[in-house]
Design a binder for this molecule. Structure first.
Ligand SMILES: Cc1cc2nc3c(=O)[nH]c(=O)nc-3n(C[C@H](O)[C@H](O)[C@H](O)COP(=O)(O)O)c2cc1C
Length: 170
């Protein structure tokens, strides 16, 4: 079991754009229905300050199995993997926890950190507490060219989480 040290969100030194957009993150939640940890690759989202709190926001389409898990739990984690785990991220970004144990398939090692699940292969795990959700609506798009992302009208739900704890691998 690797050692993870707690740091404050303000001590993060990485570039948010490249961490989320290029490294990608795993939205990770426990699935009580089958007793498994599930993780979904996400490369859309952000971090910042809202209501004077450090927040991470994620955008999840309704057909994702993760969508139900996030709706049913007030906590989850965002995991950022060390370099060299692209295949695992591809599996978690193309297969669904609805019908596969993708964590077993990806070879990732779940580790529990203060009530949420992360992975031994992570460089960073953020413990997240749900604060707010909102659904995107077609009428709210100012730039209509963005609607090409929604041919199935599967508008994202925005999940805003407080970043409660950041665990950095030693
Ligand atoms: C690089 C990458 C980024 C992705 N980003 C998102 C995202 O931000 N939001 C989303 O809803 N799906 C995203 N996906 C798709 C989900 O990861 C994918 O549908 C996954 O299989 C859902 O798993 P689940 O059904 O177990 O939740 C992304 C996929 C990849 C490969």
């Amino acid at each position: 079991m690797p050692v993870f040290n707690e740091i404050k969100p303000t001590e993060l030194s990485e570039n948010v754009f490249s961490e989320i957009g290029n490294r990608w993150m795993l939205l990770t939640a426990y699935d009580p229905a089958n007793g498994r940890v599930n993780a979904m690759t996400a490369s859309w989202g952000g971090m910042g300050v809202l209501w004077n709190r450090p927040v991470l926001f994620a955008f999840v389409r309704p057909q994702r199995y993760t969508y139900g898990l996030l709706n049913h739990s007030d906590v989850c984690s965002a995991c950022f993997l060390e370099d060299g785990h692209r295949p695992a991220l591809q599996i978690c970004g193309t297969k669904s926890g609805r019908d596969t144990d993708k964590i077993a398939e990806s070879g990732l090692t779940p580790v529990e950190l203060d009530g949420v699940w992360g992975f031994a292969e992570a460089i960073r795990v953020m413990k997240l507490k749900k604060l707010f959700v909102a659904d995107m609506e077609k009428d709210h798009f100012i730039d209509p060219t963005l609607l090409k992302n929604y041919s199935a009208e599967d508008y994202h739900r925005v999940f805003v989480y407080e970043i409660e704890t950041v665990y950095e691998k030693e």
